[in-house]
Design a protein around this ligand. Sequence first.
Ligand SMILES: C[S@@+](CC[C@H](N)C(=O)[O-])C[C@H]1O[C@@H](n2cnc3c(N)ncnc32)[C@H](O)[C@@H]1O
Length: 299
Amino acid sequence: MSAAVARPGSISTAGQHANDEFIACWNDVLTPKWLRFRHLLSGQGKVHGDVAMPLLDVRPGQRVLDVACGFGESSIEIGQLVGPRGGVLGLDCTRAFLEIAEREREQAGLENVRYELGDAESHPLPPARFDLVFSRFGVMFFRSAVRALRGVHRALVPGGAVGLLVWRRLEDNPAWGIAKQVALEHLPAPQEASRTCGPGPFSWADEDTDRRMLHAAGFGRIDVFERIDRDICVGRTIEEALDYQVLVGPAGEIVREAGEEGTRRLPAIRAELAELFRPHLRADGVYLPSSTWIIVARK
Ligand SMILES: C[S@@+](CC[C@H](N)C(=O)[O-])C[C@H]1O[C@@H](n2cnc3c(N)ncnc32)[C@H](O)[C@@H]1O
């Protein structure tokens, strides 16, 4: 196992572009929301990640890159699968997430996982180093996913695989779509970003576009392109589900973009949404259907 992959301890910062507006947004604007709702975001990642993981075929001894690893949950899981002869490098652009990831790695006693702070599009990755690259809900947020995937392609050994877990269309994700629809009944739609490109949670929803992006990045062979449908928890209580939707989900963007009118309409949006969520309340929270793609492509 190369030391370049598996030296745990402090977080390396090579390649970090501190002035990039997207990276600044993750570090300044999104971090507090992500910390507040980590239990929901991580729970959702786990529900879909548990289905995706066996399709990645992780083996002992492998060298794995976890791109946009966030709190490092999948890095730790993969670290346990590859064992002491293998290693995991978790890469993310948000310092606060990696500090938590590093603390939890230490608590888990895993010596074969380490983290680097950097932009997935420009981070200097060693060529032909990794057997597998995984990204759980990461690639959708890159300004140019193709640029990042070209770097991933270079960093993979010949025959190595990249596994991507991404949200499918909003229409197939009532967990996000219901709140957006309610918000749109009260407020105008914000200026839509392009359906197929540009960062955002649903930018990898379209299968044809995904296949084209992977081909453009050099991945000639796609082994797995499968849909995963699971109910996910969007709040332990109705109140928390409402907070979550208007702070983190697409409904939040509509409310924010509408300015004062958004603030004025918020109580009505929350009241309507609470009624719609009530039938989905189980003993431990509000559960709604969600849908992802797991994609595995090979170099
Ligand atoms: C939805 S979170 C997913 C985190 C983690 N993979 C998980 O499943 O819990 C998206 C992650 O992408 C990271 N990210 C966004 N743009 C990035 C970039 N250009 N380079 C590296 N990480 C990025 C964010 O910091 C955040 O941790």
